[in-house]
Design a protein. Structure first.
Length: 286
């Protein structure tokens, strides 16, 4: 299993894999710029070299990026929609500069336009992003969401619809977040519920599109539509959901990324959550 955690790029991109090594990561997720800013200075070749060298030295086997939270490809406001397209394309270019093969993106919020219109708006934005970045070999990985407010992507049908609408859908993948799935109403706590959810995903979207897993417990109950992450086994999901995932052969080879609380001690908290996941992945022989 390629287990890891989101790591800060404070002090430079090259610091993130070193933080990952300190916590025992074999996979890594980063932002490619500040998540709360639209623009950033270009990435230099020296930064790329230092980042890639440290990834190799740290034995990081899989790397993904997460997009800025400002981007909303479902925006009704034309200026915000255009700005989101430009920002998303720029983040794909930044991923390419660093050698990161995938950018995880929350699909967007319809802001009152309705779900179908919102999905069409998002698909139109994705088409323009992928056209702007047509020469890059970076995939957009759509993240299943909790469905807070008017955010889309909280049903597998939303993701399938985007694959139908987007012209270059071979450039798309999917990220499943355990907290988001649970908050959206998919009950992963029992073997029956977990299998029902995974079979539904396979039938509606397809396991071949699954590229990344976010492993987070939930501070809020089933179906709350509220996105609040908790330490593994400390929330409403509980340990059994993560045991089922960690022992699911369909998940082998996929980056599994923690986005659990960091403070007050990021290293200690990441290590504890990774240790818990590794323990849950062990199959006890009779």
């Amino acid at each position: 299993m390629l287990l890891g955690a989101h790591q800060s790029i404070e002090g430079g991109f090259d610091r993130a894999p070193l933080r990952g090594r300190e916590t025992g990561c074999t996979s890594l997720q980063i932002f490619v710029k500040s998540s709360s800013q639209w623009r950033a200075r270009p990435i230099t070749s020296e930064e790329t070299e230092a980042f890639q060298n440290n990834c190799r030295a740290s034995r990081i086997a899989a790397i993904v990026a997460h997009s800025s939270y400002l981007i909303n490809l479902g925006a009704r406001d034309q200026a915000l929609w255009r700005r989101s397209i430009e920002a998303c394309a720029d983040e794909l270019r930044r991923c390419a500069a660093l050698g990161i093969p995938g950018l995880i993106l929350h699909p967007g919020a319809h802001k009152g336009a309705g779900e179908e219109e919102g999905l069409k708006r998002i698909a139109g934005g994705l088409d323009q992003v992928l056209e702007d970045a047509r020469d890059l070999r970076v995939q957009i990985i759509l993240e299943a969401t909790a469905g807070q407010g008017t955010v889309l992507g909280y049903r597998f049908e939303h993701l399938a619809r985007l694959f139908e609408l987007v012209q270059r859908n071979e450039r798309l993948g999917v990220c499943l977040d355990t907290c988001h799935l649970f908050a959206a109403g998919y009950d992963l706590r029992t073997e029956k519920g977990y299998e029902r959810a995974m079979e539904s995903f396979d039938q509606i979207v397809g396991f071949q599109h699954l590229k990344v897993l976010h492993l987070n417990d939930s501070k809020k109950p089933l179906g709350s539509r509220v996105d609040r992450h908790e330490h593994i086994g400390k929330g409403f999901l509980g340990l059994q959901a993560f045991r089922l995932i960690m022992q699911d052969d369909r998940m082998k080879g996929l980056p599994m990324i923690l986005e659990t609380p960091k403070e007050p001690d990021p290293v200690k908290n990441d290590r504890r959550n990774l240790t818990t996941l590794k323990r849950l992945g062990r199959r006890h022989r009779p």
